[in-house]
Design a protein around this ligand. Structure first.
Ligand code: ASP
Length: 409
């Protein structure tokens, strides 16, 4: 009998989780007590991999790029791609927010207690990227700090005589390989994990929570799908001559893992495995572009912030000017750099976007109830966006190999 592909199993688990979640609507305790532990176990397993994987693969990725000049070129392309697609995503969010008008006729009492705490300022966030104590950054799992430190180490290791730099790089190379192998073991558990994560979310957020804000959900989901179809497909086709169909088929596993975990950092091991095995991205590019993307590239989050800003303006009857919309695009794009790839981070950063144009922060309380549902979709797009960048950058660097669909995982 033909062995069912892991991706198919994960997709089936997702659908079953949604069905069981709806069946348990009104009894969220059953889902939380008996089903969620499997999800939490899966989440812990992949979280266990992240810090050593990001640290080691970025050191190897940076050092294999070789000279600082090529590193600057690849880094420049990657960051330009990330910023461009993110700015596009916020714009789509704003347009859909204006067309769907999710805030029209809404009269939901605002519970200020539910509003999230204020986030650090943009400057604070950007300055914090350089760790004053890198070991603390590693222990805390602060991804941006880990990235900066690893890039410095990678550059350092290639700038000293080879007999000294090589053993250092070899050690991290073998650590990275071990972490990929561990990822493959952990992914065998993914179908059960995905089921365990999704069923309780659906059981807790049944129709009663979703219906009043259904237009916000539709705007975010539709926006994300449009962004993927319009922006990624065209960039893949034009810049990398890569079939969008092949791409979307190839990225199903990380997309579903991101959907169920709501964490792009948590999905990173799966994202890296997919880029190499299904899309043919070289080790060198995957190790550099993807950890960076999981941390700084958040198209889905930015799109969501565009929709939410407009939604909150509509609820409070505030008319936004074009200049304010431009400010939202700029703030959401730059803010995405400082948004951690963990559940709920985008909602905290939404405060920065709202503040930048003087919208009431209390409005976040309206979103809080459905944020998890929005988080699932935006995280999925965050991760798919990273993968599209990996393909495009790899292609332009001659680092993309043809993968036959039969061999892909
Ligand atoms: N959960 C998202 C991510 O990990 C970030 C967010 O909350 O928007 O990519």
């Amino acid at each position: 009998m033909k062995k069912t592909k892991l991706t198919t199993k994960i997709l089936i688990a997702l659908i079953l989780g949604i069905i069981v979640g709806f069946m348990l609507d009104g009894h969220p305790n059953i889902a939380t007590t008996f089903i969620r532990p499997f999800g939490t176990l899966f989440l812990n397993l992949i979280k266990m991999i992240i810090v050593p994987l990001v640290f080691s693969s970025l050191i190897v990725g940076t050092s294999s790029v070789g000279d600082v000049k090529s590193l600057g070129r690849i880094g420049g392309k990657t960051i330009a791609y990330y910023l461009f697609t993110t700015a596009f995503a916020v714009t789509i969010g704003l347009i859909l927010g204006a067309l769907i008008v999710p805030g029209a006729g809404l009269d939901i009492p605002v519970n200020v207690d539910q509003a999230v705490q204020e986030s650090p300022t943009l400057i604070e966030t950007l300055l914090d990227i350089v760790p004053s104590n890198p070991l603390k950054g590693l222990v805390d799992g602060n991804m941006l700090q880990i990235i900066v430190f690893a890039i410095f180490l990678g550059i350092g290791a290639t700038s000293i005589p080879e007999n000294l730099g090589k053993p250092f790089i070899n050690f991290f190379n073998s650590l990275a390989e071990v972490m990929y192998k561990v990822t493959a073991f952990v992914m065998k558990f993914a179908p059960i994990g995905v089921f365990g994560l999704i069923a309780p979310v659906v059981a807790e957020n049944g129709p009663s929570v979703l219906l009043p804000l259904i237009k916000v959900i539709i705007a975010v989901y539709l926006g994300c799908i449009l962004h993927a179809i319009l922006v990624y497909s065209s960039l893949l086709k034009v810049l990398a001559n890569f079939s969008p169909l092949k791409f979307f088929k190839g990225v199903a596993s990380p997309a579903v893992t991101a959907f169920s975990t709501s964490s792009s950092s948590g999905t990173l091991p799966v994202t890296m495995k997919t880029a190499k095995e299904n899309l043919g991205v070289s080790d060198k590019i995957a190790s550099f572009v993807l950890p960076l993307g999981a941390t700084i590239n958040m198209d889905g989050t930015a799109l969501y912030q565009g929709v939410c800003a407009l939604f909150i303006a509509q609820v409070y009857g505030i008319e936004l000017t074009l200049a304010q919309m431009a400010t939202i695009i700029l703030t959401a794009t730059l803010g995405s750099i400082g948004t951690a790839g963990v559940p709920g981070a985008g909602m905290i950063m939404l405060t920065i976007v709202l503040q930048s144009v003087g919208l009431p922060l209390d409005g976040i309380a309206l979103i809080a109830g459905i944020d998890r549902i929005l988080d699932m979709m935006r995280t999925s797009i965050n991760v798919v966006g990273d993968l599209s960048a990996a393909v495009v950058v790899a292609k332009t660097e001659n680092e993309l190999v043809e993968v036959s669909e039969k061999t892909s995982a």
